[in-house]
Write a protein that binds this ligand. Sequence first.
Ligand SMILES: [Zn+2]
Length: 328
Amino acid sequence: MSLFSNFRLVRLEKSLGHCLCGAPEGKTTSPGRAAPTILIDRASCDSFKAYLKSSKRILALVGAGISSASGIGTYVGEGGYWRTHNVRRLGTYGAFREDPSLVWWFYSDRRREAMRAHPNKGHLIFAELARLRGNDMLTVCQNIDELCPRAGQPEASTIYLHGDMFTFKCSSETCTYTRPDNSDPIVPALTLPSTHSISDPSYPLPQIPEESVPRCPDCSSLLRPAVTWFGEAMPPDRVKRIDDWLQSKATVDLVLVIGTAATVHPILSLVTEARKQGAKVCVVNPDRESAEKVGGIDEENCWFKGGAEEILPVIFEGAAGNTGDGPS
Ligand SMILES: [Zn+2]
């Protein structure tokens, strides 16, 4: 059990009657739009801060929601389509084999979106907390947009579970070629129009021949983004790093679940394992259902309802410093 297992975080909803409110339920922040103004109950916030301060080991799970205020599309729920394509279908090896041109257009568009975006206050203060906590805080980040590392997220204690789209690897199972690649366009045939986004389905998307899509210089197979697609196994070395950290002698005191539904494998099982060790859960998310699924709404855990860019600077105040001048 955790050293702090008797500490009970104040349940936010107890204070709903007076000064606590967040974004209206069911409404999430659209990419690029400012989050609704939030008010956080002071007692709940102070209670969380005290627990955060006393927590020796922290597991943080970070998802697409933290990048939403930077204008990065989350492609979940109603927004789960790029042009007319369901992203859960498009982000698969099968879709890539079937139409590599289409999948490369998709990633070209997403790369440009990420390159034009900037880390927001949520990224910055989170990275600062992670730097201050060192190896006693492990961050498992599901994002492939590189905004966390650009905010100064420490590499040694961060695991990018889904890879990143600014690294390419060979699609052949027998070839180990990989390289970082920030070029825009990736190849001349994938030049994006300067006047509009190709995410607009009214814009006709050129079909490019297979010989013009990126190729492996070692074996001539197709290159692909070094991301974990739907249906693919997580990189074993990264999963092992998480397991090793979780299985060390000291137990986890706190799990931060930020901007992610945390319902997919292995994210949910990480929450479950940490809770077995006595960890409390703090969820930062506009969505009640997501918070409920990881146990963020009960007597001993807490849910801060809202966008990470507004919530994190408030609840990390004092634990991490001023976020206004962080790296970008
Ligand atoms: Zn190759």
